[in-house]
Design a protein around this ligand. Structure first.
Ligand code: SAM
Length: 222
């Protein structure tokens, strides 16, 4: 399973400009994919981005872990503006990290690290914020990922981000199953909005959860 995911993101890392065009909703093909498969029209795309970063305040000044950073195309421009004590951008794909390093030209306040979300190389409570954008639908061992992201968060810290959830949009569910899953970009089982809310409420003291089409956004306080 892990090998399949690694191979999939090796390819994405090597085609990073195409991936970035979709994530930024900027290329012709990317906008088509956003609209057709993810059902994110331009307006909904804006809402999706706002939802993904809703938990990160503009004046954040603490220690932040982003996992997975991917190519960093969405998060690096935001991190660049933060006066944070420490920002660690982690991912387990060497190729995605290479693309992120290239996208980080001029961004001096971030560190990159290769690691597995299921076994994070940090002490308990090392971060004030853990950000996970579009990661949990890809991670192979989701239980370990939930445990580890919570473990490295300090008491009172924030876990936020977004992920694909099943059952909200039939066309997206079909595309995920027939394309993303087959090629190793996504790994089942997926949360539904209800199971995600239940899980996060069982792990965190305060949970806000919403969705834009098939993407659930969450902000949780430990
Ligand atoms: C869909 S991309 C999301 C990247 C980025 N956050 C974004 O929204 O563009 C999923 C990422 O998860 C990473 N990934 C998959 N399994 C992982 C694991 N076990 N540990 C860390 N990263 C992992 C992949 O390498 C890939 O970069």
């Amino acid at each position: 399973m892990k090998d399949k995911i690694e191979r999939a993101y090796r390819r994405v890392g090597r085609l990073a400009s195409m991936y970035d065009g979709m994530m930024l909703n900027s290329s012709w093909l990317g906008r088509l994919a956003m609209k057709y498969f993810w059902q994110l029209t331009d307006e909904k795309y804006e809402a999706f981005i706002n939802q993904a970063f809703a938990g990160v305040p503009d004046d954040f000044s603490g220690r932040l872990l982003e996992i997975p950073v991917g190519t960093g195309v969405l998060s690096l421009p935001i991190f660049e503006r933060l006066k944070a004590e420490r920002i660690v951008c982690a991912d387990f794909s060497t190729e995605m990290l290479e693309a992120a390093r290239a996208n980080a030209a001029g961004v001096s306040n971030v560190e990159f690290m290769q690691c597995d979300v299921g076994s994070l190389p940090f002490d308990d409570g090392s971060f004030d914020h853990v950000l996970s954008i579009n990661g949990f639908h890809a991670f192979p061992d989701k239980e370990a990922a939930y445990e580890e992201t919570r473990r490295v968060l300090c008491e009172g810290g924030t876990f936020s981000g977004c992920m694909y959830v099943k059952g909200l949009n039939g066309r997206t569910d079909f595309f995920v199953e027939q394309f993303c899953e087959r090629h190793g970009f996504f790994t089942p089982p997926y949360e539904t909005l209800t199971t995600l809310a239940e899980r996060l409420k069982s792990m965190y003291s305060a949970v806000e959860i919403d969705h834009v089409e098939a993407f659930a956004g969450f902000v949780c306080r430990k």
